[in-house]
Design a binder for this molecule. Structure first.
Ligand code: ADP
Ligand code: MG
Length: 688
């Protein structure tokens, strides 16, 4: 039962009719996977009504309208005397009210004039705009159909969160294909009742009839959310039982060295109380016979690295080894640069191992690890490659823990004998949720910044004022300030109003030659190179324009200005994280949140929260309360579990229900729970 459903779920999207390898890889970027299942778990964020209107006269500017128009004339665009003019198709609705359709990309001029021939009726659908000269305008309509084909325009269009190179039409075509197969193939003969209900709920949310269907508490959304929570909670319950059954007595052994006091004495600063308390909690875990599983939450800049270092030093006292896993090469190198000199003073061998290490140098490092000589190893996933062996791996520290999947964590754990695990995360999570979200982890909180840090001055600014902003920061840049300039990716590829990182880069480069650009389409090597150059104090790269790929945790102390464009499109937690890239040195730092014209009142309120507070916990609580209003960018980096259907605010009761259910049942025996864990890939939950 259900095996065929799973086979279908696991199909590569490339084998769905109309999808080839190129599209499949674009889907991969947006969905985080390229299976049919990845598509199914990616649901529309809202419904856009496209019922046909009678006249353009009553329509509101900014609304998406669908209307029958008669094409009157063509004004072909092009470049005239160095100025670019759009192609205009002048039309009128059936009451003769004028409407102009406008296209900016002159290369496709013939194509559009052919689609809108003079003297014929067409149905067009798109966002209504108004211009002083031409009156009602639609720029680049989403649909242009002949009257016979009117039904090709969906009355209630499901809008999917999208990304570069994927249109809403592609999404709906793929969806139609997938559900056609589901309807044909699966029935009571070959599929369990639970699974059929699950598929049915999915179908309802992929074909929403109104926005109500997509609300967290609609019947089908709530059902799917419960399934997802149950999957996660049951995984947590199983993990808990497994961990409690393990034994780790490493720390009970006699000390070989006495290093920790020496470590304290060489610290260039006084630890904060919160740091010290966290260290005490970790050392206390070390004395217990079950492996430690602790998460340290502390805002960016709260000094988590030193806490991790203290743990590694304590571990070295027993003769055991520690690894510090960073999500990127750059971060690993940064940690190494900081930690190595301290290790030298303590007489501990410390090495860095990343994908860059090759040949003899790498071999020597591996020998040193295997012999137990290296006590602290810092690196990326290269640390758990198949040929890397440890003599006695006692502690695995994971920096920016949400960036690692469970396979990676498990791979690391099997390199030692039930090693202790310490995860570091920059995203505070409200206490009310931490149990259910982080599962079986003990939590330490660093809620205090090192003394002497200046709070980052945060302001919001409408994007039209960008030139004033450039003028204001120019002198600071001359004086050596570095600037992160973040542009979001296009979320919905239909929208044309978004300033792409590329354009902004070109513009800023005119003012600040040597500006760098870094985005997700670039290959990793190039990205690392740009990032490293920017981080280099001496380099001339003063401004770095990037999409949100800028490394979590990257430390550029001379970076004092953070500009975030379309800030209204990011979640609070993501904005707070981004802001944390500056304010790391002793100089005053600034964060400027640029927002677009159509920011909502709620959006403005969100930005105000950022302007008013720097406290990660306050922001996390607000984030939780505001969550669920559409899909916000940057949640992937926020350190929260990426639920597909669960809404943190609206489903608090479901959290409790699912938790109770997972504790009552003998969860190992529950077949449906097992299938749900597979569907929701519960291997990625923290603690697993
Ligand atoms: P994060 O928690 O974001 O990982 P880091 O560990 O990178 O923060 O620390 C940020 C900076 O603060 C580092 O340069 C670090 O050396 C410094 N730092 C850490 N603890 C203290 C402290 N108690 N007093 C002063 N500076 C500190
Ligand atoms: Mg850090």
């Amino acid at each position: 039962m259900d095996k065929e459903v799973f086979d279908f779920f696991n199909n590569d999207l490339q084998f769905i009719h109309g999808v080839g390898p190129v599209l499949a890889s674009k889907f991969n970027d947006v969905l985080g996977g390229r299976r049919v299942l990845d598509f199914l778990l990616h649901i529309p964020s809202y419904v856009r009504p496209r019922e046909i209107l009678d006249s353009v006269v009553n329509a509101k500017v900014g609304d998406t309208i669908t209307i029958s128009v008669m094409v009157k004339s063509h004004k072909r665009g092009g470049v005239f005397k160095g100025r670019r003019r759009p192609t205009q198709i002048v039309c009128a609705d059936k009451f003769a009210a004028p409407l102009t359709i406008q296209f900016f990309n002159v290369n496709y001029l013939d194509y559009w004039t052919e689609k809108l021939p003079i003297g014929q009726w067409r149905i067009v659908s798109g966002k209504l705009d108004l211009s002083n000269r031409d009156g009602a305008i639609i720029n680049h309509p989403d649909f242009i159909e002949t009257p016979e084909n009117a039904s090709k325009i969906p009355t209630n269009q499901a809008i999917y969160p999208s990304g570069e190179g994927l249109t809403q039409k592609t999404f709906s075509n793929v969806r139609d294909q997938i559900f056609k197969i589901i309807r044909e193939k699966f029935n009571a003969n070959n599929t369990s009742e639970n699974m059929l209900e699950f598929l049915d709920a999915l179908e309802h949310v992929h074909f929403p009839e109104s926005n109500d269907d997509l609300m967290p508490n609609s019947t089908y959304m709530a059902k799917l959310a419960y399934c997802e929570l149950f999957a996660h909670q049951s995984a947590i319950a199983i993990n808990r039982a497994l961990r409690r059954a393990k034994i780790n007595t490493r720390q009970l052994r006699a000390k070989k060295y006495d290093l920790i006091d020496k470590f304290y004495s060489i610290l260039p600063f006084q630890l904060t109380n919160a740091q010290q308390q966290t260290i005490d909690e970790i050392f206390d875990d070390f004395t217990k016979p079950i492996p430690m599983m602790r998460l340290v939450q502390g805002d960016v800049g709260s000094g988590k690295t030193m806490v991790a270092m203290a743990a590694a030093v304590k571990m070295a006292e027993t003769g055991a080894q520690s690894v510090l896993l960073a999500p990127t090469d750059t971060l690993a190198q940064q940690h190494f640069a900081k930690i190595k000199p301290m290790c030298d003073k303590l007489g501990l061998v410390c090495e860095v191992l990343t994908g860059r290490d090759k040949g003899v140098a790498r071999r020597e490092k591996l020998i040193s690890l295997k012999s137990g000589r290296t006590k602290i190893a810092i690196g990326t996933h290269a640390l758990f490659s198949a040929d890397v062996e440890y003599k006695d791996l006692g502690l695995v520290i994971i920096d920016e823990q949400h960036r690692f999947g469970v396979e990676q964590r498990t791979a690391m754990r099997t390199k030692g004998n039930n090693p202790d695990m310490l995860a570091l995360s920059a995203t505070p999570i409200p206490r009310t949720l931490s149990m259910t979200v982080y599962g079986d982890m003990d939590i330490s909180i660093i809620n205090e910044k090192p003394a002497g840090r200046l709070p980052i001055k945060t302001t919001k600014l409408p994007v039209e004022r960008v030139n004033a902003l450039i003028e204001r920061i120019a002198p600071q840049i001359k004086n050596g300030a570095k600037v992160f300039w973040v542009c979001p990716l296009v979320e919905e590829s239909e929208t044309v109003d978004m300033m792409a990182a590329q354009l902004r880069f070109e513009e800023l480069n005119k003012y600040f030659p040597g500006t760098g650009l870094c985005h997700g389409q670039m290959d990793k090597k190039m990205r690392d190179k740009v990032m490293t150059e920017f981080a280099d104090e001496k380099s001339n790269m003063r401004v770095l324009v990037s999409t949100t790929v800028i490394e979590v945790g990257i430390d550029v102390p001379s970076a004092t200005i953070m500009v975030i464009e379309n800030a209204e499109r990011f979640g609070l937690a993501a904005l707070h994280q981004l802001r944390g890239r500056v304010g790391r040195g002793s100089k005053q730092s600034f964060c400027i949140l640029l927002y677009g014209n159509n920011i909502s009142p709620d959006g403005l309120k969100r930005l105000d929260v950022l302007c008013e507070t720097d406290d990660g916990f306050v922001i996390a609580e607000q984030d939780l309360m505001m969550r669920g209003v559409g899909e916000l960018l940057g949640t992937k980096q926020s350190g929260w579990i990426q639920y597909h259907f669960v809404n943190y605010r609206e489903h608090r009761d479901l959290f409790k229900l699912a938790q109770t259910a997972s504790m009552n049942d003998d969860i190992n025996e529950n077949i449906w729970a097992k299938k749900l864990r597979k569907i929701f890939d519960c291997s990625t939950i923290a603690g697993a």
